[in-house]
Structures are given as C-alpha cells and as structure tokens.
Ligand binder design. Structure first.
Ligand code: SAH
Length: 359
C-alpha cells in the first residue's frame, strides 16, 4: 500500500508498552519509547523535531506514522476563584470541557472521558447532550498536556479527577490506557492516589475495575438513599439498584489507606433530608469509605437547588457524629459554569445582570 494511504495515528493513544512494541517492530531499540514518552508528557512537544536526543531518521519515521494529538483551545474562561475552564475542539470539531482548579500549592485537573454522556442523570447538564462519542486514550491524556501548558513555570498538575463530561467506566479501555500513561515515570509520573475515577454506578464495570487491579481511586456517585429517589434522579439505578451497586463496591479490595469515595449531591427537598443522612450511615455500614457532599450547582434551567449552608452542615454533622468520614466539596468555577454537573457543549455565559438603577 502506498505510504500516503496509511492513516495517521495519534501517538498518545499508545501506552509505553505499545510504543515499545512499535519501536522494536520498526528496528529501533526498545528504550526509544521511554525517551519519546519523556517528550510527549508532560512537556507536550508540538513537533517531532523537538526531540533533540532522538535521531533525525526516527523523528521522520514517527512523523510519517503519527500525529501528536494536539487539541485546539476553542475557549478559555477564568473564574474569580482562579479555576479555568477550557473548551477543547477535537479533530472532528466536537467539543469537550476540562477544568483546572488551583489549591494552595498545586492544581487539580478535571478531565472528560466522553463527548456528552449516555447515563441521563436528570440533574446533570452534560446528560442533556446525550452521548456523541467516546474519547480516545490520546484525547483524554492530551487534556492534561494542554492544561499543563497553561500553568506558570514551576507549577504542575498534581491530581487528576475523571469527573468531567461522560461516564469514565463506559469508556473502560481508553480510560485504563490513559491511567497507565499518566502514571508512567517518564511521563506525568502521577501516582495512583493522585488519580480518581468517578462513576455513576455501573456495577459490573466497578467489579472489573477491581478485578483488573486498576491503580486509581474510585468515587461512586450515590446521590440518594432509596431506590425510588435514585431511580428518578439516575436511570442507571433501574439496571443496578443501590443494593447491587453497594455489593459491587464491597468487592473493591480495601488496601491500607484505600477508601471508596461516595459522592452525594445535596438537592433541597430531594436528597437532603436528615433522615436520609441517617439512612446513608446505615447503607454504608461496614464499607471502608468516605462521603463527599456536593451541594447542587445550578445551571440555566436546572430543576434543583442547593440546601442552605446551615442545613448542609447539619447533614454533614449527622454523618460525622456516627463515624462516617464526610467532607464538603466546595465547588469551584461556578461563575463560569465549570462546577460539577455544569459542563455542556456550547455553554454560554449567562448574560450579565442588568445594572441596578438607582433613584
Ligand atoms: N459520570 C461520572 C462522572 C461525572 S462526575 C459520575 O457520575 O460520577 C460529576 C459529579 O458531579 C457526580 O458525582 C455527579 O453526581 C455530580 N453532579 C452532576 N450534576 C451536578 C450538579 N448540577 N451539581 C452538583 N453536582 C452534580
């Protein structure tokens, strides 16, 4: 087949093992793969000729087979709290969103795993897009490369949470490869405890994740304590109800410091009853876990609202008093629609408030 007919591949779809195999298949020494990885991550070269310790011949060969999987930044908005929401344009012109959040000393990046989402949670803005497609491995890791470039020198991304658009476990293979790449010493070198995968509760995929020994934290969006409420909020509950979900969670091996995180979105009058808090304690009995409470983030047209802060604290206190570790997620980037459940294609800034008239 003539060479121009060979479709170019995204080199960032390749794990280190796969790239090593490619190298040996092309008559190169295996260690070249590791060398190339060092240029791809986290440095994020934009041309193969930048790899100064790689021969010109190999540079040319790589350039003939691969592209670097760069993403165009369609927009970039900065929140008053310092977080930044990127909209990235993919090669097929679809868009995804990625959120960079500063903490005191480091950054956490929230990445997308799908364009849209198939899960249909009724409180989540992304669900309204439906599922357009899965992201490739390279498209997932490139979000970290692009966001990393935007940081001041000396700063780096320390945590990556798979909590952007999409259901990560619905794109299992690409997710797992992305996790592997992000952990590679010669790449980002992030340790497993710095990576968190959040799922709406696909029980068989949770079991598979555990069985495969995937090295990452697991967060599970529980969001309700009765099947009636959870089914109304999260259609996935019809397939795997709370009992089935928690059974799968009990099979995740609990290491020394390892705990599953249960995310619980507080929606006033729907999930925030103090009796719900007590029921949550009962449900989680015996599970090595912690609870992350997320007051609902509103978006244009959203049907729910967050309870008042005092009520949120009361809910949290019930968990704490009964020995359940419970943290409160202070949502970042709400003013730029970058918080949990606010990511959606083409989300425009709400129009500015009309100026109040005096007199
Ligand atoms: N699909 C995965 C990854 C998305 S993570 C999952 O469901 O876990 C997004 C988190 O934000 C989930 O815990 C979800 O329950 C929560 N969420 C969705 N919409 C929200 C909203 N409007 N306000 C607050 N949290 C929301």
């Amino acid at each position: 087949m003539p060479e121009f007919a060979v479709p170019m591949e995204n080199i960032k779809d390749y794990t280190l093992a796969a790239l090593t195999e490619w190298m040996t298949g092309h008559g190169e020494k295996p260690f070249r793969a590791r060398q190339v990885f060092g240029w791809l991550y986290p440095r994020g070269i934009t041309g193969f000729q930048e790899m100064t310790n790689v021969s010109k011949a190999l540079q040319a060969e790589l350039a003939a087979h691969f592209h670097l999987g760069g993403l165009a930044t369609a927009s970039r908005r900065q929140s008053s709290d310092g977080s930044v929401k990127f909209a990235f344009r993919l090669a097929d012109a679809r868009q995804i969103e990625t959120v960079l959040m500063p903490n005191n000393t480091h950054y956490t990046l929230c990445v997308s795993t799908q364009v849209g989402c198939a899960m249909g949670c009724d409180f989540c803005a992304t669900a309204r897009m439906g599922l357009e497609r899965n992201l490739g491995t390279g498209e997932i890791v490139q979000q970290a490369v692009e966001a990393g470039r935007a940081l001041e020198p000396g700063k780096r991304i320390r945590n990556i949470v798979f909590m952007g658009m999409g259901e990560p476990l619905h794109n299992y293979d690409n997710l797992v490869r992305a996790l592997e790449i992000l952990q590679e010493d010669n790449g980002f070198g992030l340790s497993a405890r710095r990576l968190t995968v959040s799922t709406c509760g696909l029980a068989p995929a949770i079991r598979r994740f555990a069985r495969d020994g995937i090295r990452a934290n697991l967060a599970v969006s529980l969001n309700a304590v009765t099947d009636a409420v959870r089914t109304r909020l999260m259609p996935v509950n019809k397939r795997w109800n709370i009992a089935a979900l928690l059974d799968a969670c009990r099979e995740v091996p609990a290491g020394n410091r390892y705990r599953i995180t249960f995310e619980y979105v507080l929606m006033e009058g729907v999930t925030d009853g103090l009796a719900d808090a007590r029921q949550l304690v009962r449900l989680l009995h015996g599970l090595k876990c912690k609870v992350n409470l997320i007051p609902f983030n509103a978006y244009p047209g959203s049907p729910y609202r967050a309870p008042p802060p005092a009520h949120v604290r009361a809910f949290q206190q019930i968990l704490l008093d009964r020995g359940v570790l419970a943290t409160l997620r202070i949502s970042k980037g709400q003013d730029i629609q970058a918080a949990c459940g606010q990511l959606i294609r083409g989300q425009q800034a709400p129009p500015p408030e009309p100026m109040a008239r005096t007199g």
